[in-house]
Design a protein around this ligand. Structure first.
Ligand code: SAM
Length: 299
């Protein structure tokens, strides 16, 4: 069974926000496109999360990524993981502060790999960007080591490129090479329009000139640079028609709504209390209303 939208884009991945709660306050955070709900907003239960994944898997979904908020704020994540079908690739993106103590149990419960957000190795810049302390930064680094140790590989380190941290990119490339992790350089989605974003075009030119090899991934047509043993992937969605044309994911909000696009909130499909069969029907419905945000004539 294959899900495809009217633009011929297959849906093979679910990106699921399992909470909107977070223990960090990153100054650029897009909250996965979720509109701020009332304090104490409804959060999907373990059963609801498992149900939407089982429904997706029945319809041909192959990959699930948990996000948030901070997904490790949920104590029932291991319990959710243990209920997922074999054969799905399951990953999560985390700020890493709570990862060291959970990496082993998450791996044992069936998690395949992790992305760890790390915008700076400098405690001052880290604090200005994330609101975290030097101790938090240490915990993130311990979390990365624990994830590698637990086999949650390849570990990807997500760095949103900002004016604040753009001079650190090459230190991060060295860090990625030393630790054996993949560095993802992410273009800022500047929702607050405060001009926080760094110059990723300049950085990408430097990557290109120093790279031993460049490959293009199917997923979003992301470019990946191999530089002296380091792997660096560049994620540039903004005004990028190719990115949208190759988007294969459907999102799920923390309060249980299917969300066809990060940048839109006018086409959400509420899962409500749907049973498994109805959930499949709603996934098909959400797939049919997907449309590329950046496309010819709009970019
Ligand atoms: N708390 C988790 C974490 O830090 O990974 C999961 C949620 S966070 C919203 C998921 C990813 O989105 C992080 O890698 C973060 O850096 C990225 N992100 C958040 N706001 C962004 C923005 N405005 N532009 C680009 N990426 C952003």
């Amino acid at each position: 069974m294959t899900l495809a939208d009217p633009f011929g884009r297959k849906v093979t991945g679910l990106r699921i926000a399992i909470t909107s709660r977070c223990n960090m306050s990153c100054l650029y955070c897009h909250h996965e496109g979720e509109e701020a709900g009332p304090a104490g907003q409804r959060e999907m239960s373990e059963d609801e999360i498992v149900k939407v994944i089982l429904a997706g898997a029945d319809l041909g979904v192959k990959r699930v990524k948990f996000t948030g908020g901070e997904p490790l704020m949920r104590p029932d994540l291991e319990s959710i993981l243990k209920r997922l079908p074999e054969g799905l690739e399951v990953s999560l993106t985390t700020n890493g502060t709570l990862l060291a103590e959970r990496a082993k149990s998450l791996a044992e419960a069936g998690l395949d790999r992790v992305n760890v957000s790390l915008d700076s190795l400098d405690p001052g810049a880290y604090s200005r960007i994330t609101g975290g302390t030097a101790e938090d930064l240490d915990r993130v680094l311990e979390g990365i080591d624990a994830a590698i140790e637990a086999g949650l590989v390849p570990v990807k380190v997500n760095m949103v490129v900002l004016k604040e941290n753009e001079d650190e990119v090459w230190d991060m490339v060295d860090f990625a090479r030393d630790r054996g992790v993949i560095l993802q350089l992410i273009e800022l989605l500047d929702l607050s329009d405060h001009g926080l974003g760094g110059d990723l075009s300049r950085i990408e030119k430097e990557l290109e000139s120093r790279a031993d090899m460049v490959v293009t991934r199917d997923m979003h047509r992301r470019r990946k640079y191999f530089i002296g043993g380091a792997e660096v992937e560049v994620v540039r969605p903004i005004d990028n028609t190719e990115f949208c044309a190759n988007c294969n994911r459907l999102r799920v909000t923390s309060d249980g709504k299917l969300k066809p696009c990060l940048l839109r909130n006018d086409n959400l499909v509420d899962l409500g209390s749907a049973d498994l069969e109805e959930t499949k029907r709603l996934i098909e419905k959400a797939t049919l209303i997907r449309s590329p945000y950046f496309c010819e004539g709009r970019s």
